[in-house]
Design a protein around this ligand. Structure first.
Ligand code: HEC
Length: 198
């Protein structure tokens, strides 16, 4: 089976523009930080969702996805200087969630490929120009039990949640998912600017 995990270390090793070991180290470190940030974003969001659902119910938890998720992404962006967003092939909020070409290509690839259960799906790409190195990273967000009440089939979604979603997101395309299906991804773009090398 073709692996869809792109080993970034290989990527970097063969990149002619990261010739110096300092460049290598800097990129490897950046990649690690980006991965950890994605991981903690997903964790924080998941636990906030869980606790809000537990104390205030699903309808109230819509606010978590609507406000807390974009705010958290913005906060990380301000702290790191990276672009942090959640993307999907079927968006609820097209303004924040519409993938660009690179994001769309990977989401399409993983949507169409069967894969082992619990596999951590991630991808990394590097784009280098004279003044900028751009590291792109995506981590897939599978549909868990928790997600079904707001992204599942009509029978999974409680009536009060469905009507609130209809009201707030008249163009919602983010329902009909089944357990384990890839709902979308967290996407991070980190840039390092550098002086031109001669
Ligand atoms: C309580 C309802 C609720 C639950 C539970 C929920 N979501 Fe969402 N989700 C939303 C709402 C509302 C939005 C739109 C947010 C916005 O306005 O930016 C959204 C947006 C998203 C997006 C951004 C792309 C898009 O469609 O606009 C992703 C990705 C996503 N959810 C994944 C998940 C995953 C994975 C889970 C389970 C861990 C989950 N959601 C659980 C309500 C929910």
């Amino acid at each position: 089976m073709r692996s869809i995990l792109v080993p970034v270390t290989l990527f970097l090793a063969f990149s002619p523009l990261t010739g110096s070991s300092q460049g290598h180290e800097e990129l490897n470190e950046l990649e690690l930080r980006v991965q950890e940030t994605a991981q903690s974003f997903v964790k924080t969001l998941g636990s906030t969702l869980k606790s809000t659902i537990k104390t205030n119910g699903h309808e109230a938890a819509i606010e978590v996805c609507k406000t807390v998720a974009p705010n958290l992404a913005n906060q990380i962006s301000r702290e790191t200087g990276w672009r942090v967003t959640r993307v999907s092939l079927k968006t609820r909020n097209p303004l924040l969630g519409t993938p660009d070409n690179w994001e769309r290509a990977w989401l399409t690839e993983i949507a169409n490929n069967p894969r082992p259960k619990n596999e951590q799906l991630m991808t990394t790409a590097l784009d280098q120009s004279q003044y900028l190195t751009t590291l792109r990273f995506m981590k897939a967000l599978p549909t868990g039990e928790l997600c079904l009440t707001c992204h599942g089939k009509p029978t999974d979604i409680p009536t009060n949640v469905a009507s609130k979603l209809r009201k707030e997101y008249p163009n919602d395309r983010a329902t009909g998912y089944s357990l384990g299906e890839i709902r979308g991804a967290i996407s991070i773009t980190a840039t390092i600017s550098h002086e031109a090398k001669h």
